[in-house]
Design a protein around this ligand. Sequence first.
Ligand SMILES: Cc1ncc(COP(=O)(O)OP(=O)(O)O)c(N)n1
Ligand code: TZP
Ligand code: MG
Length: 210
Amino acid sequence: MKKFIEKLHFITHDIPQHTHIEQAQIACHAGAKWIQYRCLTKNDEELLEDINAIAEICDDWGATLIVTDHIHLNGKADIQGFHIEDMDADFIKIREQLGEAITIGGSSNTLNGLIRIAAEGVDYAGFGPFYTTTTKPNNAPLLGITGYQTAMQVLKEKSIDLPVLAVGGVTLSDVDPLMATGIFGIAVSAAINQAEDMRAAYLDFYDQLK
Ligand SMILES: Cc1ncc(COP(=O)(O)OP(=O)(O)O)c(N)n1
Ligand SMILES: Cc1ncsc1CCOP(=O)(O)O
Ligand SMILES: [Mg+2]
């Protein structure tokens, strides 16, 4: 089942300036249509408290709510999909568990990883890191623009139709050169939620991606 995927994914994060709920609220008020709730520090009860509040906000604004990992929470809240960060995850099993209607995103640091998760039926992929990020420091080589150019070329040659999002250290000025590589979209956390004016930062990305 082909899913509708947004071009701009906003990822919440544990930051001192704003709670996850506030981040989702500000982003949705600014027009965000895709929120990925990424919290790896809370227990299930706390997660569900956040998720239920964010689901209401997303529902009010017509935004899709994706939860990072925590697939055991499927069915316990109004969650439209899950982004699985485990690069070695078995997406065939995960699809069996979650069913066709749930959107499933996967991550990869390599072209071969992208090809594998595409074959296992993910609905979209976060491919990174583009550049250095403090959100989740990573030892994987930085892809830079050329990493996306090469990957998109190979996917095209192999006729692999996978929405690929650039992720990790993406700033506003990177949007045009990244999109020119043929990627589908951008996933951003820090450049939006750590901005002095989160709403303005979200709108800047949205305008750049129009
Ligand atoms: C859309 C999207 N893409 C990537 C991630 C993070 O995935 P992760 O496996 O953590 O990436 P690396 O840090 O290992 O490069 C995400 N949450 N959402
Ligand atoms: C690469 C990555 N790993 C976990 S979330 C994430 C994306 C957010 O990166 P940034 O905060 O730099 O936009
Ligand atoms: Mg990872």
